[in-house]
Design a protein around this ligand. Sequence first.
Ligand SMILES: Cc1ncc(COP(=O)(O)O)c(C=O)c1O
Length: 454
Amino acid sequence: MIRYEDVYQKFSAKLPKSNALLERADKVLVAFMTTGPYRAPANVAFVKRAQGSRVWDIDGNEYLDVTMGYGPLILGHAHPIAVEAAQQAVADGTTYAIAHEHEVHMAELMVDAIPCAERVLFCNSGTEANMYAIRIARATSGKDKVATFEMGWHGPHDYGLVGSMLSEGSGPPNAPTPSTDCRGIPERVLDESIKLSFDCEESLQRIRDLKDEIAVVVIEAMPSGYPINMQGFLEKLRAVTRECGVLLMMDEVITGFRCGYGGAQEKFGVVPDLAAFGKAMGGGMPVGAVVGTEEAMSSIVSSGDFMQDAMERKVVTIGTFSGNPVTMRAGAAVVEHLRDNPSIYTDMDRLTADVKDELNSFARDNELPFELLGENSWFVPYMAGKPFTHARDSHDENHVLRNIMLCNYLRFNGVYFPDMHVGFFSASHTASDGEFFVDTCKRTLLDMRAQKLL
Ligand SMILES: Cc1ncc(COP(=O)(O)O)c(C=O)c1O
């Protein structure tokens, strides 16, 4: 058994090159990584390369990776299909800002795959996709207010950072009030924001009451922070938004091409008016897309005449790299592979279900405060020591502290799990990767309990 207080030091001894790089990073970067803040105290291992289900750091340590780039790498790191398509694309020129076939082809693939998709707009991230989808919804509906669910994540644009975290201003659980999540967001944004609570009847009544003001209701069909199935609520939400004439936008940045080829809308049989995509559709390249019905997208679909569009004040979303050929070709290669090999989904889902069953019965048998929440191929260790019943449980103090400790411990033991985040399996994760993951989690949990950390 290795004591937790020794983990930091022993791990640090395995990271001499990373530690030196960290000193340089500390002087110039705002955070250890550009992708997000890491909660100290944690060792930082800088990655040198990644392949399949593994990453290696610059000191030569190997990890089984379940970070998977926060989700885009659905086939695994550096999968030959994505690499080859990207390499060929790079050789033909990385970006044109001139029309090319690959953007059309990728849009056709999305229209074929996604139930609500009749029109497609490409951009460069899930954040942009959400931001643009909200603008399109406002323009189409002629209304301004944006309703989102508290503790949901739609990227760090101004409306995304209203009530995505729990704060003093969050109000009662079933009637949350909007509050900004960090400095730099004008308080005026709150005037146009409505916060709803997941899986809750009051939210539906709120939509009915405010239907003349709400431009769009935005929901993650499975919340990214705690993947749970809310099929019944989604069905009710679709019925109420339709009855009220309010647009429904699904944030499918994680669920798209991961819950299945047609995303969450196909899985749940709930078809929104608009949806934001990103991550898995890009073959590991930066990507975002807004898709929607002809009607919902009418405020952006061009008449083909520049002057006419300007007169009608069509929505503007131009981007230098949007729809670039490298992303389009790598993305299309991966999406076609997913389309032609549906067993990828059944295999990833089965691996996740097996790991979940094994770890959850181990935790029950040993009375450990641990539950792996998850659906399809993504999961999160929930460690509050009580059943998960409300979105706010994802910020439970015990859960947060234990989760950070567990993830640091797991990294030391050779599994890279990002703390306070979900983990993902990919098509590259094998049954033996699953066994290694389970064994490492079990050993780590028992070590933590022996030290009264659980
Ligand atoms: C559900 C959801 N929406 C939007 C985003 C933002 O996407 P990106 O990080 O590509 O900007 C994320 C990112 O994790 C996400 O999980």
